[in-house]
Design a protein around this ligand. Structure first.
Ligand SMILES: Cc1ncc(COP(=O)(O)O)c(C=O)c1O
Ligand SMILES: N[C@@H](CCCC[NH3+])C(=O)O
Length: 417
């Protein structure tokens, strides 16, 4: 069974019709499939097999507590980029000893929080961060396990906004500088050098850029070993792409086999930080057609889902399929699917061939990653509800935001001022 499939013209998630979820919980609503999250995570865990290492789900892709909890129950580790994400992992029942902390701007407070929680490793992204982490750990009387995130200067051949491994990107430490920084790390108090990390970008659909990066990392591992600095694990980040339309990313097993084959007889454990490839095709965004507005120049379908609910089309010109949850006859026309937000760039899809009527419920597919997590309250719109389907049951795992949720913490000046 596919987690999302059409039966007699009706789109289902597992054994629940999406139309029923729209009726019960309203729209816009994100709907996730437990089976899909499970399948996608297990593809990594099984491909890693008995090679030592960890699959640390990048929680920025989808950080709903129920999602994190189900991955934690499967034994996943987690890649975090903030103290907030660490707190989510802990509250979801995740194991701090399976957490890696990435990100260019960790604060002292976040370092303290992560050291106190006892996370597995910090992926250090600059020399200044290294000095600060040493200081914070020493003051706490603790030792921080570290990897350096290096920037290997390879072209990930993806959208420029989600490419992270080029010299001009803000991420990581220039690979040429890395030996000197490792030497410094080895002499600083409060630090223990464990690994080497890189993440070159997201939505990669070819193996070649991953392999180019890996080759550069292995040269560095050998060079460091020659200096007596031993690297125990390689963290290869995330980045494996998914099919939104007709992309054909390599299967996880090919990706991992290719990596393992490159290691030779080096005793390196492997860490991965997949986000999109676990979450994207485990979720959809349900939205309803409010009005049809055909004009001489364009046909607009105004829908209740907008750029604040899913910003990927507006931000990256991303294309995600949008389909009716219930097929009906009617004339197929070309529509721009636009939201209620006051921005020309507010759309979820353009030039889509659909037979539409007001009231139709549509599903934006492949919306489980970087969907809800990047949503906002722009135009004072409450963020969507989130529902997790498990077999024939649909669970509300985040209530739709109310205006009181939005206003919490705001106040007007007292009358006298
Ligand atoms: C450091 C790091 N690890 C992992 C990921 C997850 O990437 P993806 O969702 O492409 O697998 C990201 C985001 O691109 C990242 O910045
Ligand atoms: N938010 C991006 C991916 C960014 C990855 C973050 N490191 C997307 O939707 O494609």
């Amino acid at each position: 069974m596919q987690p999302f499939e059409r039966r007699d013209g009706e789109l289902f998630v597992e054994d629940v019709p999406l139309a029923r979820i729209a009726e019960q919980f309203g729209t816009p609503t994100y709907v996730y499939s437990r089976a899909a999250f499970t399948q996608h995570y297990l593809a990594y865990a099984q491909a890693l097999g008995d090679h030592p290492g960890m699959v640390c789900y990048a929680i920025k892709a989808n950080s709903n507590l129920a999602v994190l909890n189900l991955l934690a129950r499967l034994g996943a580790g987690f890649d975090i980029v903030s103290g907030g994400e660490l707190e989510r992992v802990l509250r979801a029942g995740g194991d701090p000893k399976r957490v890696v902390f990435s990100g260019v701007g960790k604060t002292r407070e976040e370092m303290t929080q992560a050291l106190n929680a006892g996370i597995f490793c910090f992926n250090v992204e600059s020399e200044a961060e290294l000095e600060q982490l040493s200081q914070v750990a020493s003051e706490l009387g603790k030792t921080a396990n570290i990897s350096l995130r290096v920037n290997p200067d390879v072209d990930a051949q993806t959208h420029p906004y989600i490419s992270t491994g080029l010299k001009e990107n803000k991420f990581g430490i220039d690979i040429e500088r890395a030996p000197a920084v490792y030497r410094r790390a080895a002499e600083l108090p409060g630090l223990s050098v464990q690994g080497l990390d890189c993440h070159i970008g997201s939505q990669l659909t070819q193996l070649a850029p991953f392999m180019d990066a890996l080759d550069r990392l292995l040269v560095l591992v050998d060079e460091l070993a020659g200096e007596g600095i031993h690297i125990h694990h390689l963290d290869l980040g995330g980045g494996l792409g998914v099919t939104y339309r007709d992309e054909t990313p390599p299967p996880v097993s090919d990706y991992m086999d290719a990596i393992k084959a490159r290691l030779g007889d080096r005793k390196l454990s492997l860490m991965f930080e997949p986000g999109r490839s676990i979450a994207a095709n485990a979720g959809v965004l349900l939205t309803q057609v409010l009005y049809l507005k055909p004009t001489e120049h364009k046909n607009f379908a105004i829908i209740d889902g907008a750029m604040n609910d899913n910003i990927r089309p507006s931000l990256y010109q991303a294309w995600q399929n949008i389909v009716p949850v219930r097929e009906h006859g009617g004339e197929v026309k070309t529509w721009d699917l636009v939201g209620p937000v006051c921005e020309t760039g507010d759309f979820l899809g353009k030039d889509r061939s659909l037979a539409l009527e007001a009231g139709d419920v549509l599903a934006m597919l492949s919306a489980g990653a970087y969907g809800f997590g990047m949503s906002s309250n722009y135009n004072s719109r409450g963020r969507p509800a989130e529902v997790l389907v498990d077999g024939d049951r649909a669970h509300l795992v985040r209530a739709r935001e109310t205006i009181d949720d939005q206003l919490r913490g705001e106040q007007v000046l007292p009358d006298s001022e």
